[in-house]
Design a binder for this molecule. Sequence first.
Ligand SMILES: C[S@@+](CC[C@H](N)C(=O)[O-])C[C@H]1O[C@@H](n2cnc3c(N)ncnc32)[C@H](O)[C@@H]1O
Length: 223
Amino acid sequence: MPDMDPVSDRTDVAPDGSPLEFYRRLPAMGEPELIHSLVPAGASILDLGCGPGRIAGPLARLGHRVTGVDNGAAMIRSLPAEVEGIVGDAATIRLGRRFDAVLMASHLVDDPDAGPAFARTAAAHVARDGVVIGESYPREWDPEAGVGRTSRLGDAEITLLWVRRDGDLITTEVRYGVDGNFWTQAFTARLLDESALRALLDEAGLVLGGWLGRSGWFVAGPR
Ligand SMILES: C[S@@+](CC[C@H](N)C(=O)[O-])C[C@H]1O[C@@H](n2cnc3c(N)ncnc32)[C@H](O)[C@@H]1O
């Protein structure tokens, strides 16, 4: 992860370079329904790296009590009113509360630097009988095959500009577009096979429960 402010008040992008407008306009693509199917009615849910609530908003509308944490203050300001928003670093935040479910969507676990700390935050906030639901890059992900290709998702579009591979590390730069406005973001992700994911979760005090019927998504619980 590049050097960055742990918390930023920039209005257009979060500290990690995620563009607010892109994530405001990117539609949910079945994630809220998947999570809804895994938790009890009216569950308390903590969404780490919630952005402007692409997943958190629909979950709240499905009747859950949702808290979102993001270190982009503008992301938190854009959350729908029914989501409790907290500006903070998901690697270190400790709310002193436990939740029926903790979400680590958006490949947080694949961050080569902060991934283990995100998992520790999830472990510190999941209830004894709760679940951690995470999204990792599928091992079979072949980003080189997608270089130069633009995918359109609702009002948003995304193009992979280039990819560099170094062992299990993938560095890439993506271009996001909405309404003719563009942002680029470069990042590095670590591709985790199942044993690497198990080890990362174990170090955080979590046990991998299994894979969900959606590529890269997994469920874990407290040890
Ligand atoms: C790729 S966006 C996805 C947002 C949302 N999860 C979604 O699926 O639409 C990643 C989000 O994680 C947030 N994020 C990245 N690192 C973070 C950190 N250390 N603490 C809190 N939020 C973080 C970014 O600000 C951004 O809003």
